[in-house]
Design a protein around this ligand. Structure first.
Ligand code: ATP
Ligand code: MG
Length: 392
């Protein structure tokens, strides 16, 4: 008898008429993530996705782990299969739940019967299995109202399944169900988190990184690719667009007033990102900006950078405290990489006294000495695309 994995859907359940569409996306994403881990049968009934291994070669530990990172899944349950007799169910519960039973002060059994022809009612099964468990683990009390541990029994068509508490899933909606967005990905703490947050709402992400070789090193670029790779566990397959940014930066440094360096540079980033979005049918730009964190993130500065793009700019971290961003970044698994000490292009030509309350007209005036179109075109022509798979 093989174990299976049950995926409980979160918000999709609320989707009414569109539910099928979201479920299809979820099934597609789940299958894609499981493909390198073995042969699985994946299907959906009653708002639960079933992942059944087809043979013993399938890596169930890796599969359960991978499923906790699929958006659209609220909880992941690893369940043990057994024959559909009351004796087999009790024996399997005693064996499979042994550690959890010993650790808990109290427990109860909850039974679900998908197979309505099974000769015992749910309550009868719970009572029987509960009685056997109580006998096997006399130190663990039965408490049907507020148990520390709930042992679940599910009687399905061909087998019965035993499981304990679910693992928390990643939540959100299946990636791809809400279209695509371009995300500006630096090597810092914030932008991997903002990327994750928008992907969580079902958006396929197209990361864009601005790279200023040799002012920033190959290692700094690799760090960004490594971050993007970590994110693929949640976001699925992504193609990172690495944009050469050195010429734009040296032009700004040589020709523009120092106090506007950062703002002008960020306007170039937004312009180029907008074009990449248009080319890919992406409907929004995403940044890790946060109100008041640095001089380029005052409301006036945001107005200046936003003035050059047409699509909505999503800034999911705008009202977060740094502490909250760090906590999320640790949870996602990007914090360690983000804090590696490689330089970012933003830090290369940082003005000593940046404008904190710039006016759009003044920035336009300051950048008017540059051939903006030619610089943008040149950067676009030099793009390097790096495709990343969660599997590879
Ligand atoms: P982060 O931690 O994401 O680097 P930050 O607090 O350091 O953010 P800035 O450096 O001002 O803030 O950058 C603001 C946002 O601009 C970043 O969150 C990111 O979305 C984008 N950005 C900055 N540098 C780059 C880059 N080299 N390539 C792509 N996007 C960038
Ligand atoms: Mg940064």
């Amino acid at each position: 008898m093989r174990d299976i994995i049950l995926l409980k859907q979160g918000e999709i359940v609320l989707k009414g008429l569109n539910k099928k569409y979201f479920e299809q996306k979820l099934l597609q994403n789940v299958k894609r993530r499981l493909a390198p881990l073995g042969e699985f049968r994946v299907y959906c009934t009653q708002s639960t996705v079933y992942v059944e291994p087809m043979d013993d070669a399938s890596d169930m530990d890796a599969a359960a782990e991978a499923m906790t990172r699929v958006f659209g899944v609220a909880a992941v349950v690893r369940a043990a299969g057994c024959e559909k007799t009351k004796e087999a169910m009790a024996a399997k519960a005693i064996e499979y739940m042994a550690d959890a039973m010993r650790a808990a002060a109290s427990f109860k059994v909850e039974t679900k019967r998908a197979d309505k022809s099974f000769p015992m009612s749910s309550i009868q099964i719970s009572q029987y299995v509960g009685g056997e468990l109580a006998e096997a683990f006399p130190d663990t009390k039965v408490d049907v109202h507020d148990p520390e541990l709930t042992v679940h029994v599910e009687v399905r068509e061909t087998q019965a399944y035993i499981h304990g508490a679910p693992l928390p899933g990643a939540g959100g909606l299946p990636v791809g169900s809400a279209g695509a967005a371009v995300t500006l990905l630096s090597g810092g703490i914030d932008s991997p988190v903002s990327t994750w947050m928008i992907a969580k709402r079902g958006v396929h992400m197209i990361p864009v990184h601005f790279f200023s070789f040799p002012y920033t090193s190959e290692l700094a670029k690799q760090k960004v690719l490594d971050l993007a790779k970590v994110l693929t566990a949640y976001c699925g397959r992504m193609t990172v667009e690495v944009v050469p940014f050195t010429h734009i930066q040296t032009e700004i440094r040589d020709k523009c007033p120092e106090e506007y360096f950062t703002l002008i540079m960020r306007r170039f980033m937004m312009r180029i990102s907008q074009i990449i979005a248009d080319r890919n049918g992406a409907k929004a730009l995403v940044t890790g900006e946060n109100l008041g964190q640095v001089a380029s993130q005052t409301m006036e500065a945001l107005e200046c950078t936003e003035a050059v793009c047409r699509s909505p700019v999503l800034r999911p971290l705008i009202g977060f405290d740094k502490e909250d961003i760090v906590r999320l970044s640790r949870r996602i698994g990007t914090f360690e990489l983000s804090t590696l000490p490689y330089e970012d292009c933003c830090t290369v030509f940082t003005p000593r006294h940046p404008r904190t309350k710039p006016r759009v007209e003044a920035v336009e005036e300051a950048e008017s000495v540059l051939d903006v179109d030619a610089l943008v075109r040149e950067a676009l022509e030099g793009i390097e695309r790096v495709r990343l798979d969660p599997e590879s």
